[in-house]
Design a protein around this ligand. Structure first.
Ligand SMILES: [Zn+2]
Length: 487
């Protein structure tokens, strides 16, 4: 009989009898790599590649991430595969990664593309498992809690699931708080019921023995807080939070755990993700959300995401990374080829803008700094001379100027850029007109028409009987024992 080296998989997840290794998750990595091999990343635009990463690559390991923490080496391999695919790098040819992975993997509100790193996705899954174990009362969670809780890990050699739970615990703890109903089963000091975290972590110095065991209910008097049970004065910053909470003395219900930043108090993956890296995700998000609201297709929005960070592959960027000998614009040979120069200040770009026709109220057009210039023109309410909004003409014109630059450079004819001026101007306006007519009406919310419905009695001698479908087929008895046939 051959010797088995592992227990294999059960329902697609490896059965782990000891600490997990990279080899245990080979099938996950193989699945991701086989998907990547099938996609033609040379043909796909960057926005398509980022969508595939979010919708396919990030969901492949999500299944095994539900019940255990993958080894760091697997996380690194998944991130590397996604990163290389996003920027078009292969084993044979390495491409420029214009924006750092740290930035790419931020939420879109904070300037990223909304791709989670593999480790963060796994930590979110583990925080969710903590939520399920602690909040949903199931048999499997009771088994886990009774077997491992209150025992040291070293003593007990815990299961991979319990080890994973400990990795997501910090996110679970900072994402949850106890909603006080009666206050009977909530420790005053050691549970987060004020939203500030456990009060013990905010107070230094020892507590009296009786004081340490106080529940919220015991500190609540009959109609108000009875803080005489505490031997010292609480700081006002804590006191102001406590005074906002009013336990119900007559309410017998137990206190419940709620997820802080979700409207219904249930677990939210997005807010758990924000907690994994301590993102300060508070509105307003004016710095970045405007990009994803640009009135143009996703490809152009992605182009603006790069442009606003000065990360288009201009000569200036290539020079700063020692890929180009100089940073001179090859079209005019007069200035450094920065993003602002390509899209606005180069004489070819300026001629395109002149041909398209900048609205008078959009001036001074050529003086603003880059991110401000892009944002202002993508949000303005002024109209172009053709009657369509300038915020639609502007992004399509920027995009066409970039295409014109690339076309002439890749054909080694930068000096002939002016020959394509008229077609660039015409194409910019035509695309904006087309978008305005086709996409904008489809994006507008449908108008709701309210129809008031009221029960109306029938005209005599008819009767109206509101019943369920069964009666419609069979008929029904009235209170006078008359049989009614359905009409
Ligand atoms: Zn130039």
């Amino acid at each position: 009989m051959p010797l088995a080296l592992s227990f294999g998989d059960y329902l697609g997840c490896p059965i782990l009898d000891k600490k997990s290794k990279k080899a245990d998750f080979k099938t996950v990595l193989d699945k991701i790599n086989s998907k990547l091999a099938g996609w033609k990343n040379k043909i796909l635009p960057m926005v398509g590649r980022s969508t595939l990463i979010k919708s396919v690559n990030c969901t492949i390991p999500a299944y095994v991430m539900q019940n255990s923490m993958l080894p760091i080496s697997v996380h690194k391999a998944i991130d590397k595969a996604n990163r290389d695919f996003l920027w078009g790098s292969t084993a044979e040819a390495r491409k420029i990664h214009a924006v750092g992975w740290e930035k790419v993997t931020k939420p879109t509100e904070l300037g990223g593309l909304g791709i989670k790193t593999s480790l963060e996705a796994n930590t979110v899954a583990m925080a969710k498992l903590n939520w399920r174990v602690n909040v949903e009362d199931r048999i499997w969670s009771r088994v886990l809690l009774s077997k491992y809780k209150h025992r040291s890990i070293a003593y007990n050699r815990p299961s991979p699931t319990w080890r994973g739970l400990t990795k997501g615990e910090h996110v679970y703890n900072s994402g949850t708080k106890v909603a006080i109903r009666s206050g009977i089963n909530t420790s005053f000091w050691y549970l987060n019921w004020t939203g500030l975290g456990p009060l013990r972590s905010l107070i230094s110095g020892p507590l009296l023995r009786d004081e340490a065991n106080l529940t919220v209910r015991e500190v609540w008097g009959i109609t108000d807080w009875d803080l005489s049970k505490i031997s010292f004065s609480l700081p006002f910053s804590i006191l102001s939070h406590i005074l906002l909470i009013q336990p119900q003395r007559l309410d017998p219900q137990s206190d419940i755990t709620v997820w802080n930043s979700s409207p219904y108090g249930t677990f939210s993956s997005k807010s758990a993700w924000l907690l994994t890296r301590n993102f300060a995700c508070t509105p307003p998000f004016d710095n970045w959300t405007w990009i994803w609201k640009i009135k143009a297709n996703p490809r152009i929005r992605n182009f603006f995401w790069l442009a606003a960070q000065n990360r288009l592959k201009t000569k200036n960027l290539l020079f700063s990374r020692n890929i180009s000998q100089n940073d001179l614009c090859e079209i005019c040979n007069a200035d450094s080829e920065t993003t602002t120069h390509v899209l606005r200040d180069c004489h070819v770009a300026a001629s395109v803008w002149e041909g398209v026709g900048i609205p008078n109220s959009a001036l001074p057009f050529f003086l603003s700094p880059l991110p401000f210039w892009l944002k202002l023109n993508c949000e303005t309410k002024i109209l172009h001379q053709s009657g369509i909004p300038w915020r639609i003409v502007f992004p399509f014109t920027c995009w066409n100027i970039w295409l014109l630059r690339n076309k002439t450079l890749f054909q080694n004819e930068p000096h002939r850029a002016r020959d394509h001026l008229n077609s660039t101007i015409a194409s910019s306006i035509a695309l904006a007109v087309e978008w305005n007519h086709i996409a904008i009406p489809a994006l507008e919310p449908r108008k709701r028409i309210t129809v008031l419905v009221k029960w109306c009695p029938p005209s005599t001698p008819s009767f109206k009987l509101n019943t369920d479908a069964w009666c419609m087929q069979k008929g029904a008895f009235t209170s006078h024992n008359r049989w009614l046939n359905p009409r």
